[in-house]
Design a binder for this molecule. Sequence first.
Ligand code: FEO
Length: 616
Amino acid sequence: MHCFKKITDDLTWVGVNDRRLAMFEGVYSVPDGVSYNSYLLNDEKTVLFDTVDEAVRQRFFENIAEALGGRKLDYLVVHHMEPDHSAAILDLTALYPDMKIVCNEKTLEFMRQFFDLDIKSGVVVVKENDTLETGRHTLRFIMAPMVHWPEVMVTYDEADKSLFSADAFGCFGALNGALFADEVNFEKDYMDEARRYYANIVGKYGTQVKALLGKLAGLDISLICPLHGFVWRKKIGDYIAKYTLWSDYTPEEYGVMIAYASVYGNTENAAEILACRLRDRGIKTAMYDVSVTPSSDIVSAAFRFSHLVFASTTYNAGIFVAMDEVLSDLVAHNIQNRVVAVIENGSWAPTSGCLICEKLAACKDLNILENTVSIRSALKAEQLSEIDGMADAIAATLPAVLKKEDLATTAPDAIEPQAMFKFSYGLFVLTAKDGDKDNGCIINTAIQITEKPYRISVAVNKANYTHDMILKTGVFNISVLSESAVFAVFEQFGFHSGRDTDKFSGVEYDDRTANGIRYLPKYTNGVISGSVSASFDYGTHTVFIADVTQAFVLSNEPSVTYQYYFNNIKPKPPAPKEQKKGFICRICGYLYEGEALPADYLCPLCKHGVEDFEEQ
Ligand code: FEO
């Protein structure tokens, strides 16, 4: 019986899950299964995007037949020729003889290698940015060589802003009845598998993934349909942000991955003691016994953490066999830009430390610490200071925030500006009214300060007209923006001054609270009215303390955070053709071109100062 899921009115997931596969690609365990995704577009022409693995093709054919509803299949777009997505092509050509295959030259070459098939007549060969009109939809083809094979391409549907992303943005794990990433707790339940998928399948090809991300940067993407795992329709920017980190070999988090090989437990003991010493210094650790942990898990952890420790016994005058395999895997996957420390063990001729360093010399940008700890059979009490020394050396390469003892002795006025970005700001539209004039601006500084009575504070930049209105009238509303907010809201209330524009021009609603002040009934989840009880002048800003006079919940959508805004709402600047020296405003994306940013510079769009610009 067919089993498919609708994505939009005319797009259907017709893929199949496989929970019997022991080893994906013959090498990666998939304990939670895997999905082979395929998508059918029912436009004036019908288009199938990719096929599935040999093992599940029967259910796949049932899905296609049902989703087509008796229509013929006009096109098969082949994004990737790896057999887990192409195995059913041959049978498909027999089932749908009028079907044309849409692919690039390299795909055609691979197709001829895999199949004995005369495919000359029914092929449409496409190149970068070629398009295919299917009725309402225009499909644009974008080449993505080496993400994961050389023939890979992706398709952008200009009508629905959907990206058919081939192996990019995939994930291990069967779908279990869900289809969209927002139907599950992806961060908690699937991010580890997404990282393991990325690191092991395309981790080696960071440069090529970056090239694809560059091509996608200028596209407005509402839906990502990968070949494995969930379809993305929300928080797309968050997932792209992960890909940006991974493809750049930038660690996701500060912390130490300790991989150890221990025959009789003595090397493990040294690794455990190091882990304790690191934790004592406030440093996150994760430990893996290479003899029992699949290499793909360790490769994944190496992509996650900033620091890697390898502890290995010497075996047959070399590195212990399982550790040797893990290191080979890491080198093959191009791991780079990490701090590394090594512990070796050997009862008569410890050599594994040197050999590990030699092996890792093939990796770029590894900072291999000099404090190698060398053990003879078992760690002795007099060597504990060496483990402490290694923990200190690792801590010294971490940001100061992790070194508790250093903070006490740092200059009392030392300030890391980046620490300010650790505040979990929300975003709000602050509205006020003076006579007949309504106005509003975007702020990120509204907080509750007491409960009895309900009292809040807002800090408002004096450059904002809303500031002057509140100073004069003493009343305001805060509309709490939710994740449904679109960029136009930020443009409307954040990029112009109410002194010379009507912020509510073109707005179809005129909703007000009892104080007569407007609020936003849309893109928000709450409105709070304040009556100022005190105000404090802090130079650039006034801090208003206000009693809450009314407060209402408008929706149950999550409040938007600064991070969410950057990742998911603010449009990504198009990939620059040539890199110009300049500084980008983190708030609105405005680019200041020039060698140096004047100290008193204010963003002409959003009025934020130099502290919110970063050099590009
Ligand atoms: Fe799932 Fe590279 O194929």
